[in-house]
Design a protein around this ligand. Structure first.
Ligand code: ADP
Ligand code: ZN
Ligand code: ZN
Length: 713
């Protein structure tokens, strides 16, 4: 109803003109708001872009197809008071009906306004353009596309002969790719889960499947979890598909590039679209195949606004458009794995590395056997140093994985027990030695390291624990002459730094790479024969039930960086320094046995009633005091408990988030669990308007949000 009030602020236009629905981004009264009513003198196709008035503002809107949205808050608007659209963006093909349906689904499922979500996934520059400027952009895009096609073709791309396993997978895929969707029972095909160890040639399978779709005149969408991985994949696709138009879509593009690439996809000119999670919404009129690489990666989940999972939406989109989708991973998410177990996804496997290369031998190094003597650090144990020296002598590369950046996670005074806490967060400030700062990784608050303890004046304050920066320093001390390179968020802040670092590793200019999970992903290093994970145990005892799954995937991926060159594979090794070598996770890792790990995790999840055997949503609230946030969540819970659907769901008491306070904002969360997705969705659907109302009653409340299928608990 607020929408209606806003619309009434300027003079109405009259009742006789045809009414249309327009999706606009109106976050100030977001709720599950449907498109708004306007009138238009001209008949407009659904999916057309228009400029409309809203209150005193002028906004970009999308003419929305009628009838699909369940809640239409402006339905009762007095027709004589509706306002007219201001302009139409001409020359642009309307967004397709299936695109609109995808956005409707995403908005409804993740509990956001359809206009908010739809407008947020369009290139931001579109909002600023009038028709003449848009025409110009379209013209430039066409010219750019023509240049791509005209680029001289050097040599015809070489395609490797498929390995028997790849050939087998492709034979099965070809059947799916060729089969007209209407021939299958439900009109859509089962998603394919391509389960293949690192280096097993999954990318080659994507390339062949893409080739297939392109030959049929269809467009192909390939999603990767991280922006850092796009250049590498882009190069492989560009090399294979010379003369075809390939564009990327991710947040690292300039606004102009993003608009050009989006337009090229939308107008059907780009045949291949490669991108990060936001690319799942790319408008592609002839979409024929979707590939989701590293489908298990948490980066596919958006962490603010509409908290969507691009992987899940890719599956939905494929279903909607009746096209195949391939989810690839060496360590599939347990959700996807369970779908495959139940036959809802088709599992195709590539069990071996290309060229017969073995996976690195995993050595679980028992920290309990280490004598605790002075001078021996718990990260760089003597045996680990020996192992590194051996590789140095052989001229091979090593990689050390420590998922904690900075020098030390906390600075400590041994006199009075002071610790470098953040005044604004319930977290320690991390000691960064490079710029001698104490920096909070949550709110960014940074100060110079004090010369003495701020409470007692003791000058002997010392770092506790270890981050990548300290490990790098210790490596340099212990292995003089070794070329050590650190790769983490701090060492790759500047544009081009990561690429330069990676190039140095590839060129063999580095002996030892130290880094966070940034180095574990996707990179096809050829010279690494030794990978070490130092003290990864934290995740074994995390309160987040997904922590072991993530750790296993990370370690498998890290190990996957070693021995990618078949010649070296035989002597490649992965070293895990742990206090719990008997843990089932490490035992499965040592055997490279994802299936065993998945089986035991799924059994645990089933008995604990956790996903994929239950469906979760998290309601989060933020306020200056925990009491205000709690009062809001408690009121929300009381309201929900009174609903009939509450009998089917379990609403847990609210608790502080794992980092309870960030930048002086207290954060509380409340878990909702349901045995079925539909029960959960019904509850959320009813809850949403009430939560908006409650927000108005709870004055001190700053924000609330629902996270459907949350990843971090
Ligand atoms: P994954 O994506 O499963 O990690 P890749 O597709 O990157 O594996 O393949 C690993 C390496 O093997 C790459 O360097 C790739 O070029 C090569 N490769 C893949 N398939 C073949 C093949 N059939 N014959 C020869 N080399 C191949
Ligand atoms: Zn002190
Ligand atoms: Zn802070």
């Amino acid at each position: 109803m607020v929408d209606t009030a806003q619309q009434l602020m300027t003079a109405p236009v009259g009742a006789d003109l045809p009414r249309i629905k327009v999706a606009v981004d109106a976050p100030q009264h977001s709720g599950i708001g449907g498109p708004l009513d306007y009138v238009s003198e001209v008949v407009l196709a659904p999916g057309s872009l228009v400029r409309v008035p809203l209150g005193k503002r002028e906004l970009l809107g999308i003419v929305w197809p009628r009838g699909a949205q369940a809640i239409e808050p402006t339905e009762y608007a007095d027709p004589s008071k509706l306002r007219a659209i201001l302009a139409v963006l001409e020359g642009l093909t309307p967004l397709s009906a299936s695109w609109c349906r995808l956005l409707e689904f995403a908005a409804a499922y993740y509990q956001r306004g359809v206009g908010e979500v739809a407008l947020s996934v369009l290139p931001p520059q579109l909002r600023e353009l009038q028709s003449p400027q848009l025409q110009l952009r379209l013209k430039r895009m066409r010219k750019w596309v023509a240049e791509q096609i005209a680029a001289p073709v050097q040599a015809s791309p070489s395609r490797p002969t498929l390995s028997p396993a790849q050939a087998e997978v492709l034979a099965q895929l070809d059947a799916l790719l060729t089969e007209p969707a209407s021939a299958t029972a439900k009109g859509a095909q089962a998603p394919v889960l391509l389960y293949g160890v690192t280096g097993s040639g999954k990318t080659e399978v994507y390339l062949r499947a893409a080739e297939h779709a392109l030959k049929q005149g269809r467009q192909v969408l390939v999603l990767v979890p991280e922006i850092n991985l796009t250049p590498q994949l882009e190069a492989r696709f560009a090399e294979r598909f010379v003369g075809r138009v390939l564009v990327s879509l991710h947040s690292g593009l300039t606004p102009a590039q993003r608009l050009r690439n989006w337009l090229a996809a939308h107008e059907g000119q780009a045949e291949l679209v490669l991108g990060t999670r936001l690319a799942v919404f790319a408008s592609m009129p002839r979409l024929g195949l979707i590939v989701v690489d590293e489908e298990h990666d948490p980066s596919y989940k958006q962490q603010d606004g509409a908290r969507y999972s691009a992987r899940d939406l890719a599956v939905y989109r494929a279903h909607l458009e009746k096209i195949p989708v391939i989810l690839g991973s060496a360590t599939p998410s347990l959700e996807s794995w369970q779908h495959a177990n139940q036959g809802r996804y088709k599992r195709l496997a590539l069990p071996e590395r290309i060229g017969g290369g073995a996976l690195p031998r995993v050595r679980l190094f028992d920290m309990r056997l280490m004598p605790l003597s002075k001078g021996v650090t718990t990260a760089l144990t003597r045996p680990l140093l020996e192992a590194l020296r051996l590789r140095l002598e052989r001229g091979e590369q090593s990689l050390i994985f420590l998922n904690r950046r900075g020098y030390a996670p906390v600075l400590h005074c041994s006199e009075c027990n002071w610790k470098s806490d953040c005044p604004h967060c319930s977290a320690w400030r991390v000691f960064h030695k490079g710029d001698r700062s104490l920096r909070c990784h949550h709110c960014g608050f940074s100060e110079r390291v004090p010369a003495a303890c701020p409470t007692c004046g003791n000058q002997d304050i010392a770092p506790l624990g270890r981050g990548t920066e300290r490990l790098e320093e210790q490596l340099r001390e212990q292995l003089p002459g070794a070329r050590v390179l650190r790769i983490d968020a701090d060492s790759t802040k500047l544009k081009g730094e990561l690429e330069a670092h990676m190039a140095a590793v590839h060129a063999g200019e580095v002996d030892i790479v130290v880094g966070t999970q940034m180095i574990t992903k996707g990179h096809d290093f050829r010279r690494i024969t030794f990978v070490a994970a130092v003290n990864p145990d934290g995740a074994l005892f995390s309160s987040d039930f997904r922590a072991p799954e993530r750790l296993f995937a990370l370690l498998m991926q890290a190990g996957g960086r070693a021995g990618r060159d078949a010649e070296q594979a035989a002597r490649s090794e992965m070293w895990v320094q742990t206090w719990h070598p008997e843990h089932a996770l490490y035992k499965a890792l040592a055997k490279h046995d994802f299936e065993d790990f998945a089986k035991s995790q799924l059994a645990e999840r089933e008995s604990a009633g956790l996903p994929p055997f239950a469906h979760l949503a998290m309601l989060r609230a933020e306020a200056r005091t925990p009491e205000v946030a709690k009062a809001f969540l408690d009121a929300a819970a009381r309201w929900a408990q009174a609903l009939p659907v509450a009998a089917e769901v379990l609403i847990y008491p609210c608790i502080p988030m794992s980092v309870a306070r960030i930048a002086n904002v207290e954060r509380m969360q409340m878990l909702v669990e349901a045995p079925s997705r539909s029960a959960l969705q019904r509850l959320l659907w009813l809850w949403n308007p009430e939560l908006h109302a409650l927000k108005r009653e709870h004055k001190g409340l700053m924000r609330w949000a629902v996270d459907v299928d949350p990843l971090a608990i």
